[in-house]
Each structure stands twice: as C-alpha cells, then as structure tokens.
Write a protein that binds this ligand. Sequence first.
Ligand SMILES: [Zn+2]
Length: 448
Amino acid sequence: MATSTADPAAEVTDLLQHLIRNACVNDGTRGSGHETRSADLLAGYFDGSGLDVARYEATPGRASLVTRIEGRDPDAPTLLLMGHTDVVPANAERWRHDPFGGELVDGEVWGRGAIDMLNLTASMAVATRRLATSGFRPAGTLVYLAVADEEALGTWGADHLTRSEPDAVRADYVITESGGIPVDLGDGAVRLPVLVGEKGSCWCTLRITGTAGHASQPYATDNALITAARAVQRLSDYRPATRIHESWRRFVAGLGLPEEMSRPLLDPDTFLDTLSTLPTGMARQFHACTHTTIAPTVVHGGTKTNVIPDAVDVQLDIRTLPGETLPDVRAMLDEALGDLADRVTMIEVHDDPATESPVDTPLWDTLSRASQAFYAGSHIVPMLSVGATDARFFRRLGTTSYGFGLFSRKLTFEEFGRMFHGDDERVDVESLRLSTALWEAVARDLLA
Ligand SMILES: [Zn+2]
C-alpha cells in the first residue's frame, strides 16, 4: 500500500479503497464488525511516520486505534479527529459495483462506507501522517481516533473509550461526521452545515396484548395483531407539533435567506406548507429537525396460523428534540394511541437524549476560516443532526464536538442523503483531497 506519496489525493484514495475492502460490517451483534482488520491496516499505514499507535479492544475483534502528535504547551487545546471504521451491511445485488470492492471508476471510489464515513476516517489519517512527517510540532495536541462500533450503539467503541480509557481520548474539541455537504438553495451562495448537535434516540418496544383462542372461530375474539395494526395506524397518523427551537432558529438565521423565505420556516403555522415546496430530501431533513419523529420499524407476534395471538411486539424508532425527556415521549405515545393506550405496554426502552455543543468557540472560528480557503465566500451554518453519531459521548463529557468535512460541488445534499446507508455509495477523489487538506489547515490554525 502506498504511503506518503507526493500526491495526498492518491494516498487517501488508496487508503480508502483498503478500508472499504476490509468490509467491517456491523450488524449490531457483538461478533460482527471485525474492526481489528482496519486497526491493523491503519497501524501499518502509520508505520515509519514516527507516530506511536495504541489499540483498544473492548471485546475480541472490535479494536479502535489512537495516535497523537503531542503538543509543546500543556495548556494549549487538544483536537481529536474521529472517524469510525465500521459500516452498515449492503445488498450487493442492488449495487452497480461490488460494495466491498473499493473500485475507482471515473474518479469515484465505490463501496460501503465511501461517504459514511471511511472517506473521512481515511482523510483524517492521511492528514495526521502528513503533519507528523512534515515536522508539525504544534503548541496544542492532535489526536487521531479510528473507532469501532459507531453503527450500533458505540458499546465497543466510543462509549467504551470515553468511559474506560478517558485519558486516551480526552480532548477539548472533537470533529467527526457528517457535515459540510454544500447546501444549494439556488442563489449561488455556498453554505456548509456544521453539525453542532444531534437529536436523541428513544428506541422502544411496545407490547400489545390480547386473548388467545382458536383461529377457526374469530368472531368477537380479542386478537392482539388486529389491535397492533390499529395502534400502528394511529402512530402513523399522529402529528407531533412543529417545534421552532433555538437550534432551528440558529440554522435558519445562518442560511442568510431573504426575509420572505426564512419567515415561513420559522412559523409553526406555515412550516409544513413550506416543506411541500422543497426537494424531498431537504424537506425530510427539515421536518426531522423540527419534530419528534416516530417510525414503527419491526414487528414480532403470533405463534401459529390457527391460534389467535395474545401478544404482538412493535419496535419504534423515536427521535427526540433537544430538551425532550422520556416522560414527554410517553405522553406523546398516550396521545397518539388514545383509547388503545391501556392495551399497550412499553416493555423495553433505550433512551439517549439529544446533545448540543456551543457555537461561539475557537473551533467554530477555525472551521470558518479554514473552509474559506477552499470555498471563497462560503459560510458555515450550525445544524442539528437528525441521526446519532459518536459525538454524543464526547458532548456528554463537556467536549465541544462538531460534525464536518469538505466535499466537492459534485456531491449534492440530495445525493448525499440517498447514499447514506443506501445503494451505490461512492465519493469522488476531489472530495477526498479537499477533506485531507481541510484537516491539515484546521490543525495548523487551531493548534499552532
Ligand atoms: Zn457514520
């Protein structure tokens, strides 16, 4: 594998291809992921750079890797660049190229993880190595972390490291996925979202009960499946209120739109009508940013074709807004279910509340300055992520954590949304080059 070529774009492309081919597929089980393969790969990549690497393996096969350029001044800030090495599964039959082939086709690297987020994991590694070998000796400290298990709950990765190895990953600032996709509103201005916070996840299982009986005489039986179907329909029909919260106001203000465009996005009475005028991908994002969302996703129930089921379990993926708590979620479910509420019990819940970082920070100013060098006249915009990332573990420690990266104009907000966990995921080499150069510029600016 190529290391330290004169051409950083070739170097990051090569490293990304290898990371994709390692196929560290995380299906949510403890025995999946196999991120040790990519920890080995990265350890080999840093070989000869003068950087020492440390590995942390929370459970066999699930290794994370850390390396650092120690600063001269213990009072200067520490910046941690964090990329995950695991990916979600891919259905090869639906792809135009092998999802684990890492093929370079017409200037694009194809494969699962090309944008989520092996692209950034690779570019952060290349930037770190290039800084180290160029003799970069900053006042502050730069830490690179390639972390396992982001795509499940971080149990064997960031959650483990922040709890059990805090000294290895302590930082003032963290940058991870997945902002920076240029938002094009048709006026020529380049807006680069920085993810400064993220919604909470409240994953729960509802049990709907009934009374067992012979299915040959269903008249007037109490069938849990029929009740579950009605409950799911009510959850789908339920419309949680539009909440114009502080993060959303900041985002809309940051877009710098003319009054007549921003006003309807800040008024709960006109918000939903405005969404219908936007491209679907953007409307879906904007809706999720301003609403608690409830998505029924998995159902299990029944025992046999000729038995009226007495229990059906329905799993819900609920995403909460900043400030919302589990009692708020329970109240919403009760309201949605109406008179069915007493037939439904929440038997399992994993509640992970929303997190937010401040915006008036030195890292914010650094990102603003650094991105100007690549997109003159651009401005960065604080945004609430609707999905969860490992940043939440660091925010809970009080670390300012942002999601960012740089991409070429080739990648649109709509395409980005479609490829995330979708088919035909790929990234262009120019985006890889931009991100690598960005991390070097950010480290030099913030840690100098
Ligand atoms: Zn990711």
